[in-house]
Design a protein around this ligand. Sequence first.
Ligand code: CP
Ligand code: NVA
Length: 318
Amino acid sequence: MIRHLLKINDVPRSELGQILLRAKELKDNKIRNNSLEGKTVILIFEKASTRTRVSFDVAVEQLGGHSIFMTPTESQLGRSEPLEDTAYVLSRYADALVVRTFEQQKVRTLAENASIPVINALTDKYHPCQVLSDMLTIYERTPDLENVHVAWVGDGNNMAHSWINAAIYFPIYLTLAFPKGYEPNSDVLARALAMGAKINMSYDPIEAVKGAHYVNTDVFASMGQEKEQEERMKSFLPYQVNEELLAYADPDCKIMHCLPAHRGEEVTADVLDGPRSIIFDQAENRLHMQKAILEWAVNGLEVDLEAVEKLLGPVQVL
Ligand code: CP
Ligand code: NVA
């Protein structure tokens, strides 16, 4: 079976836990190895990126592999070559594809036709690598995930969807607040709730942050939504993460943002650059998490069930 990561739910629970533990181990022991020796990873990016692109590139290098970066403008992707053909061809050259694009369907089509793993490096619907890495950032501070309250304030977007999916597997309590009209996808939510995720939602940001240990936000307009910026500004400003709102959160709460951020819009500069902000640890952890994801996708990871169960609670291994 090919190990694709198109969304967090694609990974069996035990392996998801192992990926997190492996990322921590890679970080704590500053591991560089040859697990990708002789392997090639192709990075296809149809949207801009600083962290994801560079952290994947460096991750491949630190695991002894080779990476190739592709964009639509410099490849036949931008000239309408079918994704199916692209998947067949690249599968004959490389060992994994890391793809950032618009529609989730595109990564699905690539995965359906590739004979190598496809890793979602952000689509309009999900950003699984970011949220797995954010889980590492939380786990480093609060290993007892059962008692962690994460609040999401802002758009019901790709990041929110991945947080909702994360709450299915990691025993965190997730609250979300979003303006009317910017709710998360109802199917994503329904599936998570049906699978036992502890999630509460509100249109009131105060409700969402009450007692929260981690307060997360994201840009008002994601990549591809630039034309909506002005209209979104009106709806989202009441959801700004600022000191006034944080007065309702846990006094030791940490501020999270996947970056890039717009200071003065979704979050004030004093909060984002203040002592409770952990944004650069989040950015650093992208590297450690990409290494664990690549090792898992290309080679597979041996699951330490006892350690995983300590992290996630009882795990059923199929
Ligand atoms: N957070 C994140 O994915 O950043 P980039 O867009 O810079 O990759
Ligand atoms: N929601 C943002 C995340 C950027 C990392 C976007 O899709 O642009």
